[in-house]
Write a protein that binds this ligand. Structure first.
Ligand code: GLV
Ligand code: MN
Ligand code: MN
Length: 412
């Protein structure tokens, strides 16, 4: 098999998609169900239809673009990723897996290949947690990790719920129908930028992901006592932000204390009320992100953080409540798919290394219902979630090439 399509069309499509953003390009912001997200969805669905794929959507907007196999009764081979983007993001996170997956299908079509199993491109709803505070909404529901009842409790910062937002975005139908049976997909492969520096540093073409790290998120509400920043003297203050600062440092210390490079802890959201320079903060909301490839070790950090919350509440006389947003188990990729990918890369003359994914991905939840594997390509400087995120046409072409070969092998 010798894919011989030029990569230029795909690179142009990635650039075109990056123009659909709520901010000035090259800054990409596409929050789920926003106007930019809906325009990007329409754009990508158009490309899928132009490639002859049959496009369907589920009740939360997960999108399936199917290339019918010669035996349509067989479970399809899936590939795909997401097109939503966090605020101030770049052009390659998720989109390489979606448009690269589509390109892999077009490569096979252009070679006259006829799959026996259908090949289905999946565009997942809300991989990013920006709107609802929880990542991988669509795949989480597909993998039955988030029930419809739990999903209906999700709210964005403006207090709008999933039901209102999905309806406004044009998605309806029973949320129960989003969950997939374990036989729905034969296998699932996600192509993605590494979002870390290893492949580029080591000059390796492709990463074969063996494990996906387990993310957890604890939301913390600190309630103290506000007041005049000048008139209220320091003794007896119940400054919610000063208390929150202790928790931020406690999380950093807890993540470092495991001694494992794989443990990471971050406070990415700190909302201060009332947020006025001459007013003592009375309320602070923190959102934390804790990850490890070892779920038990990750949970130890969570426990330490919860203990710090109790201790700080006691010491400072503030009220601290916590809400566990998610604590997901890590996923292991399927050894058989990894061997197929390894052979595909060798046949294509590309170098590989096995590695773990420290970022989470929709594959983490697809692993609940299908054998999965992920294929990483390098990104410059390991930079991601930033407008200067970049992966070269050559790196992208390598990913598409090996993905196409893998899809062919699995669908034959
Ligand atoms: C996904 O975007 C992640 O934060 O790992
Ligand atoms: Mn991302
Ligand atoms: Mn991503």
């Amino acid at each position: 098999m010798k894919p011989n399509r030029s990569i230029d069309a795909l690179i142009a499509e990635l650039h075109a998609l990056a123009q659909i953003t709520a901010q000035e390009p090259p800054v990409v912001t596409r929050v789920v169900f926003s106007e930019a997200d809906l325009r990007a969805r329409a754009h990508v669905k158009g490309l899928c239809a132009a490639a002859g794929l049959a496009v369907t959507e589920d009740a939360v907007g997960n999108t399936f673009a199917r290339w019918q196999g010669s035996d349509p009764a067989l479970a399809p081979v899936g590939t795909g990723s997401h097109i939503d983007a966090i605020p101030n993001a770049g052009s390659y996170d998720g989109t390489v897996g979606v448009l690269g997956g589509l390109e892999a299908i077009r490569v096979l079509q252009s070679m006259g290949y006829q799959p026996r199993r259908s090949i289905e491109l999946v565009i997942f709803t809300a991989e990013e947690p920006t709107r609802f505070g929880i990542g991988c909404l669509g795949s989480r529901m597909m993998g039955s990790v988030l029930s419809p009842a739990q999903a209906l409790t999700l709210r964005d910062k403006e207090g709008r719920g999933l039901e209102e937002l999905r309806t406004a975005a044009g998605f309806s139908g029973s949320l129960e129908s989003v969950a997939l049976n374990s036989g729905r997909f034969h296998s699932f492969i996600e192509l993605h930028i590494e979002q870390g520096p290893l492949l580029e540093q080591e000059g390796i073409d492709l990463g074969l992901v063996t494990h996906i790290a387990a993310p957890a998120s604890l939301r913390i509400l600190v309630e103290g006592e506000g007041g005049h920043a000048g008139a209220r003297l320091m003794p007896g203050r119940k400054d919610a932000l000063a208390a929150a600062a202790e928790l931020i440092l406690a999380l950093e210390a807890a993540a470092k204390s495991t001694g494992a490079v794989d443990t990471v802890g971050t406070v990415g959201v700190c909302e201060v009320f009332p947020g006025a320079v001459n007013s003592i903060p009375s309320r602070v909301r923190l959102e934390t992100d804790i990850r490890d490839i070892d779920g038990a070790r990750r949970d130890q950090v969570l426990d330490t953080l919860r203990a710090a919350c109790s201790e700080t509440a006691k010491q400072r006389g503030v009220q601290i409540t916590t809400e566990l947003v998610n604590a997901d188990p890590p996923a292991a990729c399927d050894e058989q798919i990894l061997s197929v990918m390894e052979k595909a890369a060798a046949d294509a003359g590309k170098t590989t290394r096995r590695m773990v994914s420290r970022a989470y991905h929709d594959s983490l939840f697809m692993a609940r219902v299908a054998p999965v594997a992920m294929l990483f390509i390098p990104c410059r400087g390991g930079v991601s979630h930033r407008p200067d995120e970049y992966s070269s046409p050559e790196w992208i072409a390598n990913g598409v090439n090996v993905l196409a070969r893998t899809l062919a092998a699995l669908s034959a």
